[in-house]
Design a protein around this ligand. Structure first.
Ligand code: UDP
Ligand code: MG
Length: 314
């Protein structure tokens, strides 16, 4: 039997917290009756700098049942990935394994039992894989699937249709702690650690209350991290693009020469302007890609702490 910690990142989640806490406590009770996890397994809520009553609710939950509800209060909104990391690192101080799940419980909590079973069979990492995205809005589905495909093209190794609903044994979390990067993209790092892993089906449902806390800009940041932290292909592709442009330029040069010699030269303003803008655009684009990586290097070398814990309920 293992002591399991269920880690839930929470950002402005006052509307769903209590209901989710109750469902998770029931789950822990069921699994401990089945002797799969110890009765003192717990839920660890990470308050990610919420501006609503989230932390007060977590505190009340902890007061009512300190054995099963614990909490960490981050001093500012560090973001979903860092909130998860904070929770996992804190949880493995006392737990044998962790499951990370969004507090809105859109993921299938029944899959947690299967994850624990897989651990019993010798797997250290178990990924929840979305079998159907019907509950996701069409826009989200489209962007997510396009992103996964793009990632794969660029050589980033991830588990298809897996978002951070995942079981990890303590030793995997301890290995994860060795990764010092600031631009955190857990879905890319954890497969790199390389312990035995498997997947379980995750049937997602709609959010019961509240709105998505993943704004478009947060999603874009995550997507950029997911690519730039793992692939240097974009930066290399500048080189091949540049080469193609040089070839085109040589072609145009030949054409100009030929037309000059044959006396049909009639080159106007339009083509000139067009190429100036076109080439200028490409150069800017290329510099932009370089800037993207330089910016990330800048952030990485500072080695700033991921988060600051203001308070711990344990
Ligand atoms: N979340 C967080 N910090 C943030 C944004 C979101 O901890 O800055 C949490 C949020 O409370 C939830 C999870 O991350 O538990 C996923 O967010 P959400 O359900 O809003 O995203 P979606 O399911 O729409 O992708
Ligand atoms: Mg959600």
């Amino acid at each position: 039997m293992i002591r399991l910690a269920i880690v839930c990142p929470c950002y402005n989640e006052e509307e769903v917290l209590e209901r989710s806490a109750e469902r998770l406590r029931e789950l822990i009770a069921q699994l401990s009756v089945k002797k799969k996890i110890t009765p003192d397994s717990f839920v660890l809520f990470v308050n990610d700098g919420s501006r609503d009553r989230t932390w007060e609710i977590i505190r009340t939950l902890h007061d009512s049942d300190p054995e099963h509800f614990k909490g960490i209060d981050l001093a500012h909104n560090a973001g979903h990935q860092k909130a998860i990391l904070a929770g996992m690192l804190a949880a493995v101080k006392t737990a044998d394994a962790v499951v990370t799940i969004d507090v809105d419980l859109q993921d299938d909590i029944d899959a947690i039992e299967k994850m624990v079973d897989a651990y019993g069979e010798g797997y250290d990492v178990v990924y929840g894989v979305k079998v159907s995205r019907k509950a996701d809005p069409a826009m989200k589905r489209l962007t997510a699937v396009t992103f996964y495909k793009l990632q794969r093209k660029l050589g980033v190794e991830t588990v298809y249709n897996h978002a951070d609903f995942r079981f990890m044994s303590r030793r995997v979390v301890e290995e994860l702690a060795k990764y010092e990067e600031r631009n955190l993209y857990l879905r890319g790092i954890i497969p790199m650690i390389g312990f035995r892993s498997t997947t379980v089906d995750d049937v997602i449902t709609e959010r019961e209350a509240g709105e998505s806390k993943y704004t478009l800009s947060k999603m874009l940041t995550l997507a950029l991290n997911g690519i730039t932290s793992f692939s240097v292909k974009p930066i290399y592709s500048i080189l091949s693009t540049g080469l193609i442009f040089v070839l085109i330029a040589i072609g145009i040069g030949i054409y100009v020469l030929v037309s000059l010699i044959s006396g049909t030269a009639e080159h106007g303003w339009a083509s000139l302007m067009l190429s100036v803008w076109f080439v200028g655009g490409i150069i800017l684009l290329a510099i932009g890609v370089v800037g993207l990586y330089v910016g990330r290097i800048f952030i990485e070398v500072k080695r700033r702490p991921h988060y600051h814990i203001r308070e711990e309920l344990n």
